[in-house]
Design a protein around this ligand. Structure first.
Ligand SMILES: [Zn+2]
Length: 116
């Protein structure tokens, strides 16, 4: 990969991270403990509130995972191994990297890992 490409990827990863951090901030409100206040029942039942909270937590975990993958991509960029499969060390297909800039296995290795 040439320096311009690497630069573009770094910019994209930064943008991705910013976006996730922003969403995480916005989601902070949804994570507040479920309110047991009876006055709220009716407008939003306790069940609904709990369901919403569970959904917010699931989203949060997904964001955490995504953030970790982005961090991993930054580390691979620094090491100069970005775009190489973490398993077989062969370059990952450019289209795959474009679809998911945090991918760290080539298609063959990712499929093999899924079957395991
Ligand atoms: Zn591979």
């Amino acid at each position: 990969m040439n320096p311009e490409e690497l630069n573009r990827i770094e910019t994209r990863l930064h943008a991705l991270r910013e976006e996730i951090l922003r969403k995480q901030d916005e989601a902070e409100d949804d994570k507040s403990p479920v309110e047991l206040d009876q006055s709220r029942v009716g407008r939003l039942s306790r069940m609904d509130a709990m369901q919403q909270q569970a959904m917010a937590q699931a989203l949060d975990r997904r964001r955490e995972t995504h953030l970790k993958r982005i961090e991993g991509a930054f580390i691979r960029l620094q090491k100069g191994v970005y775009g190489d499969c973490a398993s077989c060390k062969k370059p990952i297909d450019a289209k795959r990297m474009d679809a998911d800039p945090t991918a760290f296995f080539c298609i063959a290795c990712a499929e093999r890992a899924e079957k395991r």
